[in-house]
Design a protein around this ligand. Structure first.
Ligand SMILES: [Zn+2]
Length: 378
């Protein structure tokens, strides 16, 4: 069975210390962790035995024997992050320094998703001459409802894959597998290695074909009682309003998804656009109809952002997903609209950030999900 089991808290902290500080002696570890030398020794011995850390030399000492330096065995263990989208799987191999060392994309066949995942994993193993034991886990990001414990991709309104269990893959690949919702994983990645790493509480709003949110509270992502937390795209902002993909009317997703913006823009523009790149290429603030479309869009987005501040009082709200790539086009206007929104309970200096990991955020989050079982990341 799998060699890398869930580690105890001391072991996870030792790995985190070594990642953050570089090589350390047992005395450094005991000192920093405020625990006894025998406790450090027994945990270090287990990590050495399992090949996760190794002796790499000795530290300088004024008297007596020079203490041994330990470091993570960075060449031995990796995680794989997969982000499943409508037509493609984005994949990446991450090392224990939390760096992606290989990234790519493969088209998938929907019916054969599990086979496609196996193919990607096999290719990565061959390319790097790795064995199954070198992979500490595979994290899988899915744009919809997941049941994390059951490894079930349950329902994705904007993707044609649902009710797919990945439980068999664990045995077939002989690797640990973890699944998560794409917005949650993107939020998690931003909070560990991205724009919100200095913040304890943040809300990440993913703006793509659908709208979702990742809620980070005390550096942990919050899934809710039934793993539906963050489905903010279906907050109703207009009674009997526009029809939404979920079947209901007036959901905010029907007003701030990428497609809804493109539709609104095409309704007033002579030149029709197919995507956000084309839209922002011809967008001219001096054409009042065009400016009005963007203004209305950002007004709805402001409603959502303000609601997020009022419900969670986070350190920041992050604009993520495809829309984050157009920060230079919308940030100034968005902040102007936010400033005009008067409510005594909203802080004037509420912080808006834009994703720095961009479309890769969910894949990074998926890879980090596997590493987090091994090493304390927050
Ligand atoms: Zn809806």
């Amino acid at each position: 069975m799998l060699k890398i089991k869930k580690r105890n808290d001391y072991e996870r902290i030792i790995l985190a210390m070594l990642r953050e500080n570089g090589p350390m002696t047992k005395y450094d570890l005991a000192d920093k962790m405020n625990i006894s030398i025998p406790t450090v020794t027994s945990n270090v011995n287990r990590l050495v035995k399992d090949g996760l850390i190794q002796e790499i030399g000795v530290a300088d000492a004024e008297y007596g024997r020079k203490p041994i330096l330990f470091d993570i065995n960075y060449d031995q263990y990796f995680s794989i992050g997969l982000d499943i989208q409508e037509h493609s799987i984005y994949y990446g191999l991450m090392n224990l320094k939390l760096e992606m060392i290989q990234e790519g994309r493969m088209l998938h066949t929907k019916e054969g998703l599990c086979e496609d995942i196996k193919k990607i994993v096999q290719n990565i193993l061959e390319h790097y001459n790795l064995r199954h034991e070198n992979i500490i886990g595979i994290g899988i990001s899915y744009p919809g409802f997941v049941e994390e414990e059951k490894l079930l991709l349950k329902k994705g309104p904007n993707i044609n894959i649902s009710n797919l269990s990945l439980e068999n893959l664990t045995e077939e690949l002989a690797m640990d597998i973890y699944v998560g919702n794409e917005a949650r994983l993107a939020a998690f990645a931003e909070s560990i290695i991205g724009v919100s790493k200095e913040y304890m509480n943040s809300i990440y709003i993913s703006i793509k074909e659908g709208i979702g949110a990742g809620i980070i509270l005390d550096k942990r992502y919050y899934s809710g009682s039934t793993e539906l937390a963050g489905e903010i795209g279906h907050i109703v902002v207009k009674k009997d309003g526009k029809l939404c993909n979920c079947g209901n009317r007036g959901c905010i997703e029907a007003y701030i998804s990428i497609n809804s913006l493109i539709d609104s823009f095409n309704a007033i523009s002579d030149r029709k656009v197919n995507n956000l790149d084309e839209l922002f290429e011809i967008y001219d603030v001096n054409i009042s109809e065009q400016r009005q479309v963007i203004k209305e869009y950002l007004e709805y987005l402001t409603v959502l952002i303000n609601n997020a501040f009022l419900i969670f009082d986070p350190d920041c709200v992050i604009i993520g997903g495809k829309m984050s790539e157009y920060q230079d086009k919308i940030e100034g206007f968005l902040k102007e609209i936010m400033a005009s929104y008067t409510c005594a309970m909203l802080k004037a200096d509420r912080k808006i950030e834009f994703s720095v990991l961009g479309y890769k955020a969910s894949k990074y989050g998926a890879a980090l999900l596997a590493i987090e079982k091994l090493m304390k990341l927050t």
